[in-house]
Design a protein around this ligand. Structure first.
Ligand SMILES: CC(C)(COP(=O)(O)OP(=O)(O)OC[C@H]1O[C@@H](n2cnc3c(N)ncnc32)[C@H](O)[C@@H]1OP(=O)(O)O)[C@@H](O)C(=O)NCCC(=O)NCCS
Length: 406
């Protein structure tokens, strides 16, 4: 292909994350308000690893949902489209088809039909049982949020969930749509309860979490939080933490539940979990300052598990966060003791790795020569890991301190 043709075609390559516009529509006029647009964080599952769309100039892919029951509209706008050429064998991507494969039908391809469907939100109510309600104070108003626990058998829930889970394409890496016929899944859904312009009470979809009931010997379960999503227009106002608290509250009183785990948490979710767990554990006797400064112990594991279903690994993390919180870092000895304590824990897998390296014959040579895999190499890794961890812990501590002041 000559350079001129290549440059010509390049002009038709568009960033799919940029061109996709998502909206949650409460009223018809929301589609004219730029502020209601939110963007995906990723789109490779639909548009491929390069996250590009080919064949258009100024493409806008419009994927709108009604705010409550998630009626779906899909449309595209562009200023020009590449003309199909048989000789170069290039043609514009069929964007509607690519996306439709992932959406839950029926999908509206006409705005008029989508607008007509908005009335359904007047009668939409969340499926399942209301398990938690709380308020968030804004500048001029107080907003009410509710969490419902639903089952696939609940009326209209399967269809709703299929529409809801399409959002994971844009926000959760490598997430799969669930097998909705597997009854080990528990569904926690969050909504904003609000009054519409016409005066009716409505529910707007905020986010959801799915939790799988794993078996634990001999007759226990170990719920594992698999997917958690708070939609972007609702992020950073504390709703993620509130959703997690609602999930905990549902499992904490149950004797058959051993502890709760999380599948491959994103850094943002791990921070949120650390915040909720550390806040909870800070009320327990074994997590008070004098105990924390003496080191991690079995009582902490037991108290964290018995009161909050926190597993051992997370209990240790919570201990490290709360110990950092009470450590006087201006006191050299106290701070040094803390760092050593954490580094000893971080060093366990590194030592294992070193041992593994020794076992392959090469290693003795490598280690003696002080090459890149020598002791200095591991010291450096350890120091880096520690620094990153302390930064994350600091953020959790700041959030705890800020919320204590409210
Ligand atoms: C991770 C996720 C669930 C968090 O939800 P969220 O509702 O934004 O969570 P919160 O509002 O409780 O906390 C998020 C941040 O907002 C901050 N925040 C909370 N309330 C706040 C307030 N009133 N004012 C300012 N900041 C606030 C928190 O301190 C926290 O900050 P940090 O990220 O720097 O630690 C959400 O971002 C999400 O769905 N992400 C995409 C999917 C994902 O990663 N899922 C998890 C893995 S499956």
């Amino acid at each position: 292909m000559d350079d001129a043709l290549n440059a010509h075609l390049q002009a038709f390559v568009i960033d799919s994350n940029e061109s996709l516009e998502l909206r949650l529509v409460r009223e018809i006029q929301d589609v004219d308000d730029e502020k209601t647009i939110f963007k995906p964080e990723m789109s490779h599952q639909v548009f491929g690893e390069s996250e590009t769309i080919f064949g258009y100039r100024d493409l806008k892919v419009k994927l709108y949902y009604s705010a409550g029951c998630l009626e779906t509209y899909l449309g595209i706008d562009y200023t020009s489209k590449l003309k199909e050429t048989t000789d170069q064998n290039v043609k514009a991507d069929d964007v509607l088809q690519m996306l439709s494969n992932f959406l839950s039908s029926p999908v509206h391809y006409s705005l008029d039909s989508f607008f007509s469907s908005l009335v359904k939100d007047d009668t939409f109510v969340p499926a399942g049982e209301l398990i938690q309600a709380h308020y968030v104070k804004g500048n001029n108003s107080t907003r009410k949020f509710e969490v419902y626990k639903a089952h696939m058998g609940d009326r209209n829930f399967k269809e709703y969930h299929k529409r809801m889970q399409t959002f994971i394409l844009w926000y959760i890496d490598a997430a799969n749509f669930l097998d909705v016929d597997d009854d080990q899944w528990h569904y926690f859904n969050m909504f904003e309860r609000y009054v519409s312009a016409s005066g009716s009470v409505r529910y707007a979809t905020v986010g959801f979490a799915t939790v799988y009931q794993y078996y634990a010997y001999p007759n226990h379960t170990r719920p594992r939080i698999a997917q958690v999503l708070i939609l972007p227009p609702f992020q950073n106002i504390g709703l993620g933490a509130q959703l997690l608290r609602a999930i905990y509250a549902d499992y904490i009183g149950r004797s058959e539940v051993k502890d709760i785990t999380v599948e491959d948490p994103s850094p943002g979710f791990q921070r949120l979990r650390d915040y909720v767990d550390a806040t909870n554990c800070s009320t327990l006797p074994s997590f008070q300052k004098h105990c924390l400064l003496q080191g991690f112990n079995k009582t902490m594991t037991i108290e964290a598990r018995d009161n909050f279903k926190i597993n051992k690994r997370q209990a240790r993390r919570v201990y490290e966060i709360l110990r950092l919180k009470v450590t006087n870092i201006s006191n050299e000895t106290e701070y040094r003791d803390y760092r050593l304590n954490v580094k000893r824990r971080l060093n366990i897998p590194l030592k294992r790795e070193q041992r593994g390296l020794k076992n392959i014959e090469l290693s003795s040579k490598v280690l003696n020569q002080g090459s890149e895999f020598g002791p200095e190499y591991y010291m450096e890794i350890l120091e880096k890991e520690y620094r990153l961890l302390e930064e994350e812990y600091d953020k959790v501590i700041k959030r705890m301190e800020n919320s204590a002041q409210l």
